[in-house]
Design a protein around this ligand. Structure first.
Ligand SMILES: CC(C)(COP(=O)(O)OP(=O)(O)OC[C@H]1O[C@@H](n2cnc3c(N)ncnc32)[C@H](O)[C@@H]1OP(=O)(O)O)[C@@H](O)C(=O)NCCC(=O)NCCS
Length: 187
């Protein structure tokens, strides 16, 4: 369980990013119950069971001894939870971290994802030994791709027909940014 005094909190101009608390589950799950949100995910990835397991891992990761995952709740200043984003050091030896973000449908198109992601990537580079941050997204997920580009990530390549679900093959776009590129862009 995350202790309130140890809880990660990052304030941006319009948002509060913070560690998850057990009582956040319903709000997190509600944010992903939308057909526009779900169109690029497998049916399994939209189930309650899947999200319960993911949420349990998020809570565990926040209290790990040697913390390697900063997967946080994105909240409005009044407290409403509107999504989540995170950086995860997947390969410590090679200093490679993955990154992802999801926002509730009603909050799309307002720059909240960009604001939250920029802050969590900054935090990740500052607190984890990351050399490269990458994001993998469905090639047809144009909002996610625009977000990666606005964050200054490079398109590294397209993985052809990498996933099969909902009766067809889907390509994956891989984006990444190196530590030096991120710092340079920040100047
Ligand atoms: C991917 C996702 C997080 C992107 O959300 P988003 O709201 O499109 O992204 P942003 O918060 O950066 O908003 C960008 C839009 O807000 C507009 N905007 C409005 N005010 C803004 C501001 N103050 N600052 C920046 N952009 C602003 C931008 O012009 C842009 O508009 P556009 O969509 O017409 O180009 C969202 O679509 C989502 O949760 N999808 C489902 C989950 C998913 O697929 N995640 C990606 C896998 S990694």
């Amino acid at each position: 369980m995350v202790r309130m005094d140890e809880m990660l909190k990052i304030e941006t101009s319009r948002l509060l990013l913070r560690d998850f608390l057990p009582e956040d589950f319903e709000a997190l799950f509600a944010a992903v119950q939308d057909p526009d949100y779900q169109q690029f995910y497998t049916e399994e990835e939209t189930t309650r069971e899947f999200w319960e397991a993911l949420f349990a891992r998020m809570l565990d990761a926040a209290t790990a001894e040697d913390r390697q995952v900063y997967q946080v709740a994105i909240c409005l200043p009044e407290g409403e939870l509107i999504g989540n984003c995170g950086v995860r050091l997947e390969d410590k030896k090679n200093r490679q971290a993955s990154f992802g973000c999801a926002i509730g449908r009603q909050y799309w198109g307002q720059g909240y994802a960009l604001e939250a992601c920029s802050a969590i990537i900054d935090y990740g580079f500052a607190h984890l030994p990351i050399h490269r941050v990458y994001a993998e997204t469905n090639r047809e997920n144009s909002r996610a791709r625009r977000l990666a580009e606005r964050l200054g990530m490079r398109l590294e390549g397209i993985l052809q027909q990498q996933k099969y679900f909902r009766g067809r093959w889907w390509d994956t776009a891989v984006y990444a940014v190196l530590e030096e590129e991120w710092r340079e862009a920040d100047k």
